[in-house]
Design a protein around this ligand. Structure first.
Ligand code: GLN
Length: 430
């Protein structure tokens, strides 16, 4: 078990170990790794030297000397932001807002992680910089689109990473790589300086090795303080429409969580939420309509034809179609509102809703399986995304193939405190 970030920070601010030593060790690991987690390695050594000087004169930032990675759709001054695409180049002249916040607490930003092109995908195979391998089994995908971030944390190539999640892009790779990934309440972490996929659903969030680290990263990047609360006796909701989708493996996730919450005096509540079945259609129509608009300013017509990958082109076309058919987007908006209302009604009856984070473990890099599984792999994460609700993936069980599957815990808006409490209970009980 790797030490918690708070313990590492303590060693650094007390002078037991220097930020430079930690950073050089991480840079060596990144160099010798064949997982392809990073698109760009940053000026980490210089940052570490700076932090060491600051620590020597009393600096005690909460992330002092802690190596952190960011997904390559977030800007870092002096380096390129590629979004996993060949179409973007040149270097940025300003850090994005989350980088500013991480730096203010002394984090060392070691690198920019690989991702599906423009955050479109669930397997990291659409990156123009090559696929990322899952550190738990290199024949498997790490998930996506924040696959580089999740794999880097799982492989110890950084202590924490930021990803972005629109329909599942933090929670699903966290589930596949056996780490903790939070999609916070929509709007709760400032997204300025990140490339938008679909701004109604995009949200930056932390990926970490454990729940405490996740909470710390959330506090630093959101600027909010999360109180430690108890989740004893809370009401835990289970969605009937999700139950129909369970396999032997994912049923194990739910059963194990039920046992843990049950032993903690929690009541179980069955929920009927018929509209969640339409979530992926809504996501496809509204998400791609916004993606189409967001990508309009990028590249010339010729460059777009030459440099964008097939998945991105496909989505631009779907988005174009949706935008030209107001009756379709209008219908999708109505269903979106219905999904929101169903969650509102559900949270009258319960405090958290649980489900598997993904319908399977990390799948193999085999074209046929990939196509089917990519489409299906966000089935549990899209509904809360459409409602803008916070949700975490925390490792829960090992499936029959020996690989992890996470438990998704969803709560009301801004109730990250309850999410962390429940996730911590799962973490210490499995
Ligand atoms: N996998 C989903 C998609 O392909 C989600 C992507 C995301 O959340 N950025 O759209």
């Amino acid at each position: 078990m790797i030490e918690h970030i708070a313990d590492l920070q303590h060693k650094i601010v007390s002078g037991e170990i220097s930020a430079t030593e930690i950073t050089l060790d991480i840079l060596r690991k990144i160099k010798s790794s064949d997982l392809n987690c990073f698109i760009t390695v940053l000026d980490a050594e210089e940052q570490a030297e700076r932090i060491d000087k600051m620590v020597a004169s009393g600096f005690k930032g909460r992330l002092a000397g802690v190596p952190v990675a960011i997904k390559d759709n977030m800007r870092y001054k002096g380096f390129a932001t590629t979004c996993g695409s060949k179409i973007l180049f040149g270097s940025d002249d300003e850090d994005c807002e989350v980088v500013k916040r991480l730096k203010a607490e002394g984090a060392i930003i070691v690198g920019k992680t690989n991702m599906d092109e423009f955050a479109m995908g669930s397997s990291n195979t659409t990156s123009a910089y090559g696929a990322v391998l899952n550190p738990l089994d290199k024949t498997r995908v790490p998930g996506g689109s924040s696959g580089g971030s999740a794999a880097a944390v799982a492989a110890g190539l950084c202590r924490a990473a930021l990803g972005s999640d629109t329909g599942g892009s933090i929670r699903q790779p966290a589930s596949y790589c056996g780490v903790v990934g939070l999609k916070p309440t929509i709007g709760s972490i400032d997204g300025r300086g990140m490339y938008a996929l679909s701004q109604d659903m995009d949200q930056i969030g932390p990926i970490t090795a454990n729940v405490d680290d996740n909470k710390l990263m959330f506090e630093v990047t959101s600027g909010k303080k999360v109180d430690d609360i108890s989740c004893r006796g809370i009401r835990v909701g289970l969605v009937g429409q999700f139950d129909e989708l369970l396999t032997a493996d994912t049923r194990k996730v739910v059963e194990s969580a039920k046992r843990i919450f049950g032993a903690n005096d929690c009541g179980l509540v069955e929920l009927d939420m018929p509209s969640v079945k339409a979530a992926s259609a809504v996501y496809c129509i509204l998400g791609n309509a916004q993606a189409n608009i967001n990508l309009r300013g990028i590249g010339t017509k010729d460059e777009r034809g030459e440099k964008l990958g097939a998945e991105v082109k496909k989505r631009i076309i779907i988005g174009e179609y949706a935008l030209h058919h107001p009756e379709i987007t209008e219908a999708a908006r109505k269903v979106r509102d219905r999904i929101k209302r169903e969650f509102e009604a559900a949270f009258e009856l319960c405090d958290i809703i649980i489900s598997p984070s993904a319908p399977s473990t990390a799948f193999e890099f085999t074209a046929d399986r990939k196509r089917n599984e990519i489409v299906f792999s966000d089935v549990f994460t899209q509904p809360p995304s459409i409602a803008g609700l916070p949700a975490i993936s925390v490792p829960c069980v090992k499936a029959s193939d020996g690989l992890p599957i996470g438990l998704q815990i969803i709560s009301r808006y801004y109730r990250e405190d309850l999410i962390f409490a429940a996730a911590k209970l799962i973490e210490k009980s499995v």
